[in-house]
Design a binder for this molecule. Sequence first.
Ligand code: ZN
Length: 264
Amino acid sequence: MPELPEVETFVRGLTPAIRRTIASADVLDARLAVSAEDLVGARIAGIRRRGKYIEIDLGDDRSLVIHLRMSGRLRLECRECETRYTRMILRLDDGQCIYFVDPRRLGTADVREAGFELPLGLEPLDATFTTAALAELASQSRAPIKQLLLDQKKVAGIGNIYAAEALWRACIDPRRKANELSRAEIGRLHKAIVGVLGEAIAQLGTTLGTSVSDYHPTATETGSFQNRLAVYGREGEACERCGEEIERVIQAGRSTCLCPACQR
Ligand SMILES: [Zn+2]
């Protein structure tokens, strides 16, 4: 599933669409809660990421809000490239098109009026995401720290990959209760979250496979942060920090990889 770095990469790729007008639109999947009439004629005033959502500002106090879920992608293409997995096409007045492609069809798109606030917590790359803010959140939760990081209403944009990586960097066992972490551990975790997300964006995200459902930032490229993963998907391999074997445990129905020696 695309997480913050992958969604951010798509948003950056869409930048040339800002100030373009949507000349025509094809909504090819009736499951999307949006129609071509909602979109045609709108001049795109801005495109931004919030958590794992993409907000396209339609310039009239409305936004097209897209969540990519498991397999969605939103890319600007300069030529027709419709596939059977295309769910929506926005044709811009300069000939470029925004394609919403989504093999598993779990992504969502709808139009929101001004003032609508997505139910999301702190943005980890905003100035408001401080060690103190993370400490405050953690102090209020008896949940395992990994569950807290995955809770989009607390911290937005982090999923299974980057939660596991940040906790490994911070030397914290994902099963520890959030409110039992020390201030020093919270400080390490804050630094690890900001660091891992920033590095992943610089690497255009993480591409885990080659199937049509796997994340690809452009038609011809993959992300490359998969080459830097320390624990995610590395069960049975040696920890690069201490040499111990990476383990996989199940937490709330989801896999977590960790080093049993250096994550405490
Ligand atoms: Zn280790």
